[in-house]
Design a protein around this ligand. Structure first.
Ligand SMILES: *Cc1c(COP(=O)(O)O)cnc(C)c1O
Length: 413
């Protein structure tokens, strides 16, 4: 590809020649499944066969014994926390760079999120920081495999066993992601997935919790927690709950779409891995920019691609860099979320519920600027580019060429 060096933002030739590749996520397979679901004359998961089939297919793909369907990824995480026994006044360690869904369930269980710091270029939890956050109140760790890049699970599981805390994997962005050959979502006690419309696969909204202990009682507990704590499985059937649980049921319509979506998942993840890895390789060795760190023995399935700028080596601000990249025809955005989760007013004011400091007043946890310096620095220097399974090889070549062109232009000599 021949490139003019003059930036498009300065009137030079645009790097991106044709629009990014697009495609249809839903087709005749989904329509057929939906029709079959309607013909059952029930859309209730427990009476129909679609959610059951969806979970059974998922269990086979993941080689897990049990899983439970939910109404969202947020719900999946809440269910896992409930099943893990997280309750009033417990502390749950998690990542400050994540979707809101990671912390919602913690607070609804009246437990308190504690934020550990991240590794600078994988954007995932730093095991040493997790260990430093452990207190006698710690009940669980929710790890987030951000952007489809696996967390360093071996040391994390070691810490969890040492302090007897549960591990919940937030795999909402990490379908078919592998850590040292093992699928993430099968390593901790529970793995939580989202099938909201922005994830690798979509059922409109929805979620899955894997129950990795292989213990049937654990499975029944998890299943009940997604369905008002009604016991619908096993020998001890009853609808007289012993404790509080929400209704997070998935409907047969979502299950039906999910069955069809699972048949496409492998291709979707392979495409994303290929494209993300190509960008990652294409950006190596550039002064002024650090690519995403994916360990050699891991597989990232790139829900998005993110790199960091080293502004001390560039004659531009991040905003100028992003504007120049936009002008080259490359969609991008600064960072991932506007700020670390603990800077939200909810945490700064320690007020999750109206007119109450509960449950924050049950622990000594505090939230202030500087708590997780690496995470804060990531959000101040990161640039995100979207990845789609429908992109073409040209699209990826142009993404790389445009980022290189902008970086080389602004690079300090
Ligand atoms: C999407 C997402 C969630 C929440 O999933 P929903 O289905 O939108 O509730 C949780 N955690 C992470 C990391 C996510 O990306």
């Amino acid at each position: 590809m021949k490139l003019s060096h003059k930036l498009a933002i300065h009137g030079g030739e645009k790097t991106k020649k044709n629009p990014f590749g697009t495609g249809k996520r839903f087709g005749a397979e989904e329509a057929q499944q939906l029709l079959e679901a309607l013909e059952q004359n029930t859309l209730f998961y427990h009476f129909g066969s679609k959610v059951k089939q969806f979970l059974s297919d998922f269990n086979t793909m993941y080689s897990v014994p049990y899983s439970v369907a939910t109404s969202s990824g947020t719900a999946a995480l809440h269910v896992a926390l409930g099943a893990a026994g997280v309750s009033v006044g417990d502390e749950v360690i998690t990542s400050p760079i994540t979707d809101q869904g990671t912390v919602i369930g913690i607070l609804y269980q009246n437990a308190v999120p504690v934020f550990a710091d991240l590794e600078p270029y994988s954007f995932n939890l730093d095991p040493k920081s997790i260990e430093a956050c452990i207190t006698p109140r710690t009940k669980a760790i929710v790890v987030v495999h951000l952007a489809g890049n696996p967390c360093d699970m071996d040391p994390i599981m070691e810490i969890a066993r040492k302090y007897n805390v549960k591990v919940i994997e937030d795999c909402a962005q990490a379908y078919l992601t592998k850590y040292k050959g093992r699928l993430v979502g099968t390593i901790g006690d529970y793995g939580c997935f989202s099938t909201n419309d922005f994830k690798h696969i979509s059922t409109g909204d929805g979620g899955i919790v894997t129950v990795n202990s292989g213990d049937e009682a654990d499975y029944h507990l998890t299943h009940a927690f997604a369905d008002k704590n009604y016991k619908r499985l096993g020998n001890d059937l009853n609808r007289m709950p012993e404790s509080l649980a929400p209704n997070y049921r998935m409907t047969e319509l979502q299950g039906a779409v999910g069955i069809a979506q699972l048949t496409k998942m492998e291709w979707i993840c392979e495409q994303r891995t290929r494209f993300g890895n190509a960008i990652n390789e294409g950006l190596q060795g550039l002064k002024g920019l650090t690519p995403m760190q994916v360990a050699a023995d891991n597989t990232c399935t790139y829900w998005f691609y993110m790199f960091r700028l080293n502004e001390e080596n560039l004659n531009c601000t991040r905003e100028q860099f992003c504007d120049a990249l936009h002008a080259e025809g490359i969609t991008n955005r600064m960072g991932y979320i506007p700020d670390v989760v603990y800077m939200q007013p909810m945490f700064q004011n320690k007020q999750a519920y109206l007119n109450s400091q509960f449950p924050f007043d049950l622990t000594d946890t505090t939230y202030k600027r500087g708590d997780c310096p690496v995470a804060e620095a990531i959000l101040q220097t990161a640039v995100q580019v979207p990845i789609s399974e429908f992109y073409t090889k040209e699209d990826i070549a142009e993404v790389i060429a445009a980022i290189r062109k902008v970086t080389l232009y602004f690079q300090k000599l």
